[in-house]
Design a protein around this ligand. Structure first.
Ligand code: GLN
Length: 463
């Protein structure tokens, strides 16, 4: 743990992966972990340092969600994810930087500034869990939590050369996780390996009566399941994931990775997910609609940002000033879009239509899983892009999630696994499975990682 704190001190001034470093708390937790280990009461995670995305409420520690709105917010309680990892004995080293309210694909919408990609400081680490991804990639911490509403675990994992797991919707409790789009949000892990992801998920997952969408299903022993021999899988490869938008280097790395899986006995089968090209437009109706409702609670009355000028305003002006100053441009854009697509006259044309498209996309996956065990392809169309390169064009930014959003719309578990490089930057292989197939995804990723060393590569200067 001291080693990690020392690395955070050495590297994080430049990387900006952490919003808060909680050294005193970590030292106290480490002393407690030592006591547990001495008493023979330790779990595999006891004493293991981790970081939490700053979207998870942590009692007594600022929970900013990357926003000026919550820059002064100290949560009075722990999120279930935090509580469970705490109970297992993991040590929280701090809270990681993120796109504001998890809206973004580059970590550039954060109130605390951009995070740099350890592989190339002129590029982004991905987002919205960019701080968690950069912290793990730079070996500041062995594992971190993240959330994935449209790709925010898998996309930064791919761009930063690490392993990212988004579980089935409802597998991990959303209690205490600040809501962006409640029907899509899901907590997961960013780690170096599938093995580490299995250990963290085992501790995080499971029913929670405080989250009404939490699944009441037993949690498998993922860390044991991954060691079992890989059965002969049929892997569906969606041909429309290999379209003209896919970078040639990414295509080559992903194709080689699929070849490696074939060597392990997998049969590849070409499939089509016909409606996947509609996933980005459908998502950018559904997610903003839910966000506009979820974010209405931030008004500066009971907590959060209150403008120093606001006390002279009437009530409406008070809300407007607090929200106008407290939220950044991307969050305001999403709230406006969301309110608009839900408004009388537009609801049927946009929101209802998007829900129908969502259903079509779910059906595409359901049909695919009648024939194949998992679906595999690229996580992102390109490797990490330049800082500032897409900030002026939201649609270009949104298109980075073209391959990831489908799994969120359908509630499916999905992973990104390092599988090579393009132009010196990491490339991710995406694995998507049927509901509650986390064990199989982790097992496939684990066997792939036994045969390859992409996940073990360290960014130059960070070894
Ligand atoms: N990049 C997508 C967005 O901006 C997804 C974000 C996420 O998964 N939280 O909404």
């Amino acid at each position: 743990m001291k080693h990690c704190l020392e690395r955070i001190g050495r590297f994080d001034g430049a990387l900006n992966a952490f919003v808060s470093v909680t050294e005193d708390r970590a030292l106290a937790q480490a002393a407690e972990a030592d006591r547990r280990i001495a008493a023979g009461d330790a779990t595999t995670l006891t004493g293991v340092p981790i970081a939490h995305k700053d979207i998870f409420c942590t009692a007594g520690v600022r929970t900013s969600c990357g926003s000026r709105m919550l820059d002064n917010f100290i949560a009075p309680y722990d999120a279930t994810v935090v509580e469970r990892l705490d109970a297992a004995g993991a040590i929280m080293l701090g809270k990681t930087n993120m796109d504001e309210f998890a809206m973004g694909s580059s970590n550039e919408t954060s109130f605390y500034g951009a995070v740099l990609n350890p592989w190339d400081h002129d590029t982004v680490p991905g987002g919205s869990s960019g701080g968690s991804a950069a912290a793990v990639a730079a070996r500041l911490v062995p594992g971190a939590t993240g959330t994935d509403t449209g790709g925010s675990i898998r996309q930064p994992a791919a761009l930063s050369g690490i392993t990212g797991l988004k579980p089935t919707y409802g597998r991990v409790s959303r209690y205490g996780m600040i809501a962006f789009a409640s029907s899509l949000d899901q907590a997961g892990t960013l780690t170096r390996t599938a093995e580490d992801a299995a250990l963290l998920l085992e501790a995080m997952a499971g029913f929670d009566s405080r989250d009404s969408t939490s699944l009441d299903e037993p949690v498998p022993a993922y860390s044991q399941a991954i060691e079992e021999p890989l059965e002969a899988l049929t892997i569906g490869v969606p041909e429309n994931f290999f379209d003209e938008g896919l970078d040639a280097g990414n295509a080559a790395a992903v194709t080689a990775a699929l070849g490696e899986l074939q060597k392990h006995g997998a049969t590849l089968k070409r499939i089509r997910l016909d409606n996947v090209h509609l996933s980005v437009p459908a998502y950018y109706v559904v997610a903003p609609a839910e966000a506009s409702s979820n974010l209405s609670r931030f008004d500066g009355v009971r907590y959060g940002y209150r403008s120093p000028e606001a006390m002279n305003d009437d009530l409406n002006a008070f809300y407007k000033r607090n929200r106008g100053e407290g939220f950044g441009a991307e969050v305001r854009r999403r709230i406006l879009i969301g309110a608009w697509v839900l408004s009388t006259g537009y609801y049927d044309a946009y929101y209802l239509k998007a829900q129908k498209v969502r259903q079509l996309i779910s059906s595409d996956f359901a049909r695919a899983f009648d024939e194949v065990d998992i679906v595999a392809g690229p996580t992102t169309p390109t490797p990490a892009f330049g800082l500032g390169q897409k900030t002026g064009d939201p649609v270009q930014m949104y298109l980075n999630d073209i391959y990831t959003i489908g799994a969120n719309l359908a509630g499916l578990p999905a992973m990104s696994v390092p599988c090579g490089f393009s132009g010196g930057l990491p490339v991710g292989l995406q694995l998507i499975g049927p509901h509650l197939s986390e064990a199989r995804l982790l097992q496939t990723a684990h066997h792939f990682q036994r045969a390859t060393d992409w996940h073990a590569r360290v960014p130059p200067g960070y070894d």
